[in-house]
Design a protein around this ligand. Structure first.
Ligand code: LMR
Length: 444
């Protein structure tokens, strides 16, 4: 028998209420639970309230809990094959087979990830012949997908720009941008972006807001296939955005989560980054390989910080590593190996480009099918924006109560802002979806 002290908040010793630490000593066998039965301690977590569900990933939780056979998940952005099943890219299958043949180990990688992966990732974003790459001006670290890159980037900004208070985001923006920003003790500010009446960008308002932001602000810009609106700036608008950001000395933070999903061509989709670099910007870039390699659960991404020279790049990288080390020590290796195997081999890289084009084309086909099925279902609403928007998401314009009705009455799940993940729709389910939408919108 050994003597132990109760370390909980104990009702026994604090009859009037909670909050007093009980220091009563009791005996127990080392093998038994250390709490004496008549001396049950209230958990220190008793006042922790249940948090709200994540607006995007919470949709999957609700979907999984639904036992209806015809249920449909249009919440999280994941590509599905034409039968609605999860899709492993053929180039990924091939890379995995090659890795399987090799005698790979499971040693830790470096804090900032493997150099080969980092170089290949930077080339994909900035272009192989980018002067920033040739002059070794980019500090790159592998991250836990795009979310990890945004988070490490925000922590880095907070650490090294002590007067920085805000990051500026489009209205609307990806649901996780704001919590990431707040998590790094920065506040989100909004610039106007989406004109829901004309399904276009409010160009003048956007430029005005960027111009009105205090000099040297941090501006988050999604590079391609804007989440959630599916509307990207034209090249003319990108040029104007670059000009304003340059004049105001804003620091641009690009979010590159869907490279290839907008046009089907990965170079075209990275054009804004390359143009901004040509114009003299030194942006940060968060890069995700979740969507364009289908490596969702592998959590593979990168953060790039463009700097003025190689010495600066080295210093910045060392500071990024100091941020990473206490958080998760070093990144996981398998997903990064798959990406390196593909991007480092011309044949596999070519195969990957075709795989990306295939996914982008399929998404366009589903958009068209969706619109024609809505008409067929008798809906009189103008759904032409579905084919005007690009990338993974359709900002349907469905109201919150219509989304709730879809879930409750028809087992169709999407985020309550009316965002639907287009590849979640297949030719087998599009008819049911269109009929259900026509019903919840009362054919209007
Ligand atoms: C999405 O917006 O659905 C994806 O980026 C996945 C996520 O983590 O939110």
């Amino acid at each position: 028998m050994i003597a132990r002290k109760c370390l909980g908040l104990c009702r026994h010793s604090a009859p009037s209420g909670r909050g007093k630490l009980c220091a009563r000593t009791y005996s127990t066998s080392a093998k038994r639970h250390p709490v004496h039965p008549e001396h049950l301690c209230e958990s220190v977590w008793s006042r922790v309230p249940k948090g709200p569900m994540d607006p995007i990933l919470g949709v999957t939780v609700k979907f999984l809990a639904d036992s209806a056979p015809n249920k449909l998940n249009l919440g999280v952005g994941t590509y599905r094959d034409e039968n609605g099943h999860s899709y492993v890219l053929p180039c990924v299958r091939e890379a995995e087979a090659r890795l399987h043949q090799q005698d790979i180990d499971h040693e830790y990688t470096c804090i900032g990830g493997a150099e080969r992966f980092n170089n290949l990732a930077a080339s994909l974003a900035f272009g192989e012949t980018s002067p920033l790459i040739l002059n070794r001006q980019i500090a790159t670290v592998q991250t836990l997908s795009g979310t990890g890159a945004l988070h490490i980037g925000a922590d880095f900004l907070k650490s090294w720009l002590p007067n920085l208070r805000y990051i500026h985001y489009s209205t609307p923006t990806w649901g996780n941008h704001i919590p990431i920003c707040l998590g790094s003790q920065l506040e989100p500010k909004r610039y106007r972006y989406y004109d829901s009446v004309n399904i276009a960008i409010e160009e003048d308002n956007m430029l005005e807001d960027l111009n009105d932001a205090p000099s040297s602000s941090v501006i988050m810009l999604q590079v391609s296939a804007h989440n959630p609106t599916g509307i990207d700036p034209s090249r003319e608008l990108w040029k104007k955005i670059s000009e304003v950001c340059k004049t105001k000395k804003h620091l641009v933070f690009f979010d590159l989560a869907y490279q290839g999903f907008a046009t089907g061509n990965t170079d075209n989709d990275a054009w804004p980054i390359r143009y901004f670099v040509e114009q003299g910007h030194l942006p940060l870039v968060s890069q995700s390989f979740a969507k364009n390699f289908g490596l969702y659960g592998q959590r593979v991404g990168a953060l790039h910080v463009a700097t003025a020279n190689p010495t600066e790049a080295e210093s910045v990288k060392s500071q990024l590593e100091l941020i990473i080390r206490p958080q998760y020590s070093s990144p996981p290796i398998h997903g990064a190996r798959i990406v390196s195997t593909i991007l480092g081999d011309p044949v596999l890289k070519n195969m990957w480009k075709k795989d990306v084009r295939h996914m982008a084309d399929q998404i366009k086909n589903i958009r068209q099918l969706f619109v024609s099925q809505l008409k067929q279902a008798g809906s009189t609403r103008d759904w032409s924006h579905i084919t005007k928007q690009i990338g993974m998401f359709c900002y349907t314009g469905l109201k919150e109560e219509e989304c709730r009705d879809l879930a409750e009455l028809y087992h169709i799940y999407m985020t309550l802002d009316g965002r639907a993940s287009i590849p979640g729709i297949s030719k087998n389910t599009v008819g049911y979806l269109a009929d259900s939408i026509a019903k919840v919108t009362h054919y209007q």
